[in-house]
Design a protein around this ligand. Structure first.
Ligand code: 5GP
Length: 194
């Protein structure tokens, strides 16, 4: 087991509805040394890519994307959830359905912070059905920038997102892939990775 899988076993809580709660170390209280380790691990895995920006989505992606951007020495940009329908022409826009809140949000990134010269590493905390990642990919593509890869802390391998993103041909690295979890026993099974 790697460092993140060990921490999930120790402090993660399986909730009904296929939700894994990690608020003791990632989503509410944040373990800064664990986040630094995550940053270094993604830097190691994507060291061959000419990353110029790290892109994530508010709010929970920000904590993961920050140490990754710090390790690469590049800016981090986060897509903002926006209620307003009248987005001016200064924004890239995508529609994202929230897995945890079951509502749809427009997410926006200012055109000032992403352009055709950028090589982007997309980062998020969780991958479930892949809506958040697909929204971020579409924003990068609207900007004419290049998606170099996608990095996820926890992929729920029993949901379709990982398969969809990999089938689209993107390089997707997940630090922990949960293949099964049981909210009655609390048992979590990880996919074996190299
Ligand atoms: P997707 O768009 O892939 O369906 O869902 C990904 C988003 O939903 C992530 O940005 C994350 O914030 C949230 N999410 C999905 N599943 C979980 C989960 O099991 N636990 C937590 N804490 N967040 C989740």
């Amino acid at each position: 087991m790697n460092f993140l899988e060990e921490r999930i076993i120790k402090d993660g809580i399986v909730k009904p509805g296929n939700v894994l709660k990690v608020d003791a170390f990632l989503n509410h209280q944040m373990d800064i040394s664990l986040l630094d380790e995550i940053g270094h691990e993604f830097h190691r895995r994507f060291a061959d890519c000419p990353i110029t920006k790290v892109l994530t989505i508010e709010a929970s992606g920000i904590a993961i994307a920050y140490p990754v951007a710090s390790a690469f020495g590049v800016p981090m940009v986060f897509a903002k959830k926006s209620k307003s329908i009248n987005i001016d022409g200064e924004m890239y826009v995508a529609e994202v359905e929230s897995f945890t809140h079951k509502n749809k949000n427009q997410v926006v990134v200012s055109k000032r912070f992403l352009g055709p010269e950028d090589h982007v590493l997309i980062i998020d905390d969780f991958l479930a059905n892949g809506c958040a990642l697909q929204g971020l990919i579409s924003i990068v593509e609207s900007a004419g920038a290049t998606v170099e890869g996608l990095g996820i802390a926890v992929e729920k391998g029993f949901q379709i997102g990982g398969r969809v993103i990999r089938n689209l041909g993107y390089r997707l690295e997940s630090l922990a892939i949960v293949d099964a979890m049981d909210d009655e026993t609390g048992e979590i099974t990880f996919r074996k990775q190299d």
